[in-house]
Design a protein around this ligand. Structure first.
Ligand code: AMP
Ligand code: MG
Length: 410
């Protein structure tokens, strides 16, 4: 299958080229904290005060001065008050004194150490502390998480649940985030029927647009569904030009192969700057990438599984970079034992669909049945891709293979 005019590109090389080509969109907006979930920060968030704001107790117990405590014997301290979270003890803790303190309460003046309640005894307003305490123990220092003026979160960070909480902990009420990415997509093919009408002979229902709708909605993009475009160059050209007016990125499926009804490549070359790649992978060998006006174009193959492979392995990184994510996180590959043998010839990188599960306490992966690139059920049953590298010449039962979990991917 060598084609010297257009040699196959490795998956790694294709990823590198995509990431190098695209730059983040400039548009941004200010949103209330909760609405920023899933968005990408457009500017650094600077801590306006120390977090925590005060020295405080990490445990329920007694706040004391470390220099009150005997090194090798029990110490008896007079309890002079109580400090609650949100209701501080206003006095001073002197030598020989203790203040009953709750988790999160401000450490009273004079105290530097907290003795946990469980190791103490209380007798008539006197607390008895055993030896062996350490100076400063069970306290949290002001600014320990984050000092005032420090970058709490950097521009380019995607806002998840932890970030929402962190932003709230700073008292920040509005967040500067990138606007949503606008992604237009359509299917190509004369055989495609839309939902709601019976299939004529030779027709199939268009599933790719539904899969892409799901992928792009989960990405948090504004989706622009442009329907089904027949295999006619004029129709393709008109739709592409229209999409390029409204979108940051365009995703098409089908028509990028070398068949007689495959016009994407030819039309792209006419209306935009286009690279056409033959990727050294299976499934999803052909892919077009380029630009029409200001819109980036990802011409994915037609087979439903190939669509998901080429989206998750290539288009997704570029869309994340376009959205402003910096860095675009690497997709982790985890090694697990294969529960079944897998046939493979060396040459291409293969993405099989698999299910990772624990069997007798050990994680292993089983490939899902029919691995045909049109069999979407294999994606639905799976929870990971089994990624077999180019030089792999087959897998025996028990061999270690690399898997990429769908979690966080789709
Ligand atoms: P193509 O690359 O256009 O030749 O398409 C490859 C295969 O994918 C063909 O069997 C098509 O029928 C199928 N296919 C293309 N587009 C879709 C779609 N939108 N939904 C379901 N199957 C499709
Ligand atoms: Mg087609």
């Amino acid at each position: 299958m060598t084609d010297h005019a257009n040699p196959s590109l490795s998956a790694a090389e294709a990823c590198a080229r995509l990431l190098a080509a695209v730059a983040p969109i400039a548009g941004h907006e200010f949103l209330p904290v909760r609405s920023a979930l899933g968005r990408v920060l457009a500017a650094d968030i600077i801590a306006p005060h120390d977090v925590p704001a005060h020295d405080n107790s990490a445990m329920d117990g007694y706040a004391v001065r470390f220099d009150s405590l005997a090194e090798a014997a029990e110490t008896r301290l007079t309890v002079v008050g109580t400090a609650f979270a949100g209701n501080a003890f206003s006095g001073l803790v002197g030598k020989g004194q203790a203040v009953r303190i709750m988790t999160g309460a401000v450490l009273p003046a004079g105290a530097d150490t907290v003795v946990v309640q469980e190791v103490t005894r209380l007798e008539d307003g006197v607390v008895i502390v055993p030896p062996g305490q350490r100076s400063g123990q069970n306290t949290r220092r002001a600014g320990e998480d984050l000092a005032r003026g420090a970058v709490a979160l950097s521009a380019g960070k995607r806002i998840g649940p932890a970030e929402l909480g962190l932003i709230a902990s700073l008292g920040v009420v509005e967040v500067d985030v990138k606007r949503r990415l606008r992604v237009a997509f359509f299917s190509t093919g004369d055989e495609l029927a839309s939902l709601g009408k019976p299939l004529a002979p030779g027709e199939i229902y268009d599933s790719n647009r539904y899969t892409l709708h799901g992928l792009l909605a989960l990405l948090g993009a504004d989706v622009i569904d442009m329907g089904v475009v027949p295999d006619r160059p004029e129709a393709l050209e008109a739709t592409l030009l229209e999409a390029a007016q409204v979108a940051d990125a365009i995703i098409t499926t089908g028509g990028v192969s070398v068949g007689e009804a495959d016009f994407v490549r030819e039309v792209l070359a006419r209306v935009g700057e286009v690279k056409f790649w033959k990727l050294n992978i299976k499934p999803g060998r052909p892919m077009a990438f380029g630009k029409i006006g200001n819109a980036w174009l990802f011409g994915l193959p037609g087979n439903p599984v190939a669509v998901m492979v080429s989206y998750t392995q290539f288009a997704l990184d570029a869309l994340l970079r376009l959205s402003g994510l910096d860095p675009v996180p690497a997709r982790p590959l985890l090694s697990v034992a294969s529960a079944n043998a897998i046939k493979k010839q060396p040459g291409r990188r293969e993405y099989l669909r698999g299910t990772v599960a624990a069997v007798d306490g050990r994680w292993q992966v089983t490939t899902t049945g029919n691995q045909g690139s049109g069999v979407l059920r294999s994606m639905s049953e799976a929870n990971c891709f089994v990624v077999l590298p180019e030089d792999c010449a087959g897998v025996q039962v028990g061999d270690s293979v690399e898997v990429q979990l769908f979690e966080g991917l789709i």
